[in-house]
Design a protein around this ligand. Structure first.
Ligand SMILES: Cc1cc2nc3c(=O)[nH]c(=O)nc-3n(C[C@H](O)[C@H](O)[C@H](O)COP(=O)(O)OP(=O)(O)OC[C@H]3O[C@@H](n4cnc5c(N)ncnc54)[C@H](O)[C@@H]3O)c2cc1C
Length: 417
């Protein structure tokens, strides 16, 4: 057998692969690494935010220097409830992230980045590109992100969808730090709020966001909401310099658990390990990827290519029960509570949890005490018990239940519920 050309092959050049590159550069600078990205540059078009408390002390060593924006706290505004959360918040644009990743390896010949190259087949120790080239590696990691292949895996879920407009203003932005939820907008299509990140006093990302049961999103309708919000807060002279949007599936059952490797395969014989979104390494109730993607990168980089699989299995096991709990929360959010009353869940979350518990929740490291605190005191008003029970039906029955609630009730009766 001929020797592998690389120690690590990372398929896809997004958040997960970039984090692995940074971690490998720190832990194994002598390793031979290949990153293959189908587009012209790494990173895509995102603003990635996270809580610096998500980052373990060991990961800070290789991650701290890439953070672009930092705030000591943030706010939430939900109906008549307002709270300053004294937990630090940070953001990185994907452009900055890509340039930091490239800069970290610019003098490392053993780290190779190939852009404009689509990978068409992925096997355990080999990839094939659209040009027919085969490249071998001791460990191949499939980090192709959320795409059509993963979307079809969700038989039942809700969606966090958003359209963000980065704007420049002629006068100063009226708020000091990020507002992660401000629901002073028209509540149509789920629970809806504006998310704002002031990068500078006159350059702000303003995002129309909602937790909805439907996946469709319309750019102009989102812009209209943002326009109304800006007028309401007295910001009237502004122009758009960049846009980004996302539709993040929020699973309610066992789909894409961290480490649920068998679900993202395109080739029948593929046994490559999956990282990032497509490997289930994201927080199902918040849509944030950072905490789990960092943990994944640390685990890969502090193992050998041969031991990574078993170390990742241990990491997945550590997160399994939390992944199950946050899916249960999604089920409550999208199936039990009516869209018009969903805000109560978030208000309660920010009201009863301490800053430390909030930080632990976002970093997917919450304790059972935190979990208990989140659900105790339920239920809020405005429940849909039939729809909630229907969500426990098998996927096919569930789909027909959505179009025919009467048949759902009959199915539940048949199941003895
Ligand atoms: C607009 C937006 C904003 C978000 N904001 C946040 C946030 O604030 N905080 C947070 O934690 N999460 C956020 N998320 C969610 C999550 O962080 C992202 O989905 C994250 O990018 C997932 O990382 P990933 O590496 O798995 O996938 P991606 O970052 O999407 O990377 C996958 C890469 O693989 C490439 N690729 C795909 N197929 C192939 C192929 N066949 N060959 C070669 N390359 C291929 C893609 O072009 C892409 O560059 C956001 C998502 C979106 C869409």
């Amino acid at each position: 057998m001929r020797p592998s050309q690389f120690d690590y092959i990372l398929v896809g050049g997004g958040l997960q692969s970039g984090l692995i590159v940074l971690a490998l550069k720190h832990y194994q600078p002598q390793s031979k690494v290949l990153v293959v990205e189908r587009f012209e540059r790494l990173g895509g078009n995102h603003t990635w935010s996270f809580h610096p408390k998500d980052v373990s002390a060991t990961a800070s060593a290789w991650l701290e220097s890439i953070v672009e924006y930092r705030w000591p706290s943030y706010q939430v505004r939900l109906k008549r409830f307002e709270k300053k959360i004294d937990v630090a918040y940070a953001s990185i644009s994907s452009e900055h992230f890509a340039s930091m990743v490239m800069r970290s390896i610019e003098s490392e010949e053993a780290f190779v980045v190939r852009t404009n190259t689509e990978v068409t087949e992925i096997a355990k120790n080999e990839i094939t590109t659209s040009k027919g080239e085969k490249v071998s590696g001791r460990l191949v990691l499939d980090c192709r992100g959320p795409g059509p292949s993963s979307a079809s895996l969700y038989s039942m879920c809700g969606y966090q969808k958003f359209w963000g407009f980065e704007i420049v203003l002629k006068s100063d932005w009226p708020f000091d730090g990020p507002i992660v939820m401000d629901d002073r907008v028209d509540q149509s299509d789920g629970f809806r709020f504006i998310y704002s990140l002031p990068f500078e006093r006159r350059r702000v990302l303003v995002e129309d966001t909602r937790f909805s049961n439907e996946s469709a999103i319309d750019r102009d309708e989102c812009l209209a909401k943002v326009r109304m919000y800006l007028a309401a807060i007295g910001v009237d002279d502004w122009s758009i310099v960049r846009e980004e949007h996302g539709i993040l599936p929020m699973p309610i059952s066992s789909e894409l658990f961290p480490g649920s490797n068998g679900q993202c395969k395109t080739g029948e014989n593929s046994q490559a390990l999956c990282g990032g979104y497509v490997g289930g390494w994201f927080h199902a109730a918040t849509g944030y990827s950072f905490p789990l993607a960092i943990a994944f990168a640390e685990t890969v980089a502090s193992s050998t290519p041969e031991s990574a699989e078993s170390e990742l299995a241990k990491l997945a096991q550590m997160h399994r029960s939390r992944a199950r709990f946050v899916r249960f929360l999604n089920r409550l959010l999208f199936r039990l509570v009516k869209p018009s009353t969903r805000y109560q869940i978030f208000r309660r979350f920010y009201d009863v949890l301490s800053n430390d518990s909030i930080a632990r929740f976002y970093s997917h490291r919450f304790t059972w005490r935190d979990a208990f605190r989140i659900v105790v005191g339920w239920p809020p008003s405005g429940l849909q018990p039939i729809r909630f029970m229907g969500s426990f039906l098998p996927a096919a029955a569930h789909a027909s239940a959505r179009s025919n609630p009467k048949s759902a009730t009959n199915s539940l009766k048949e199941m003895g519920i």
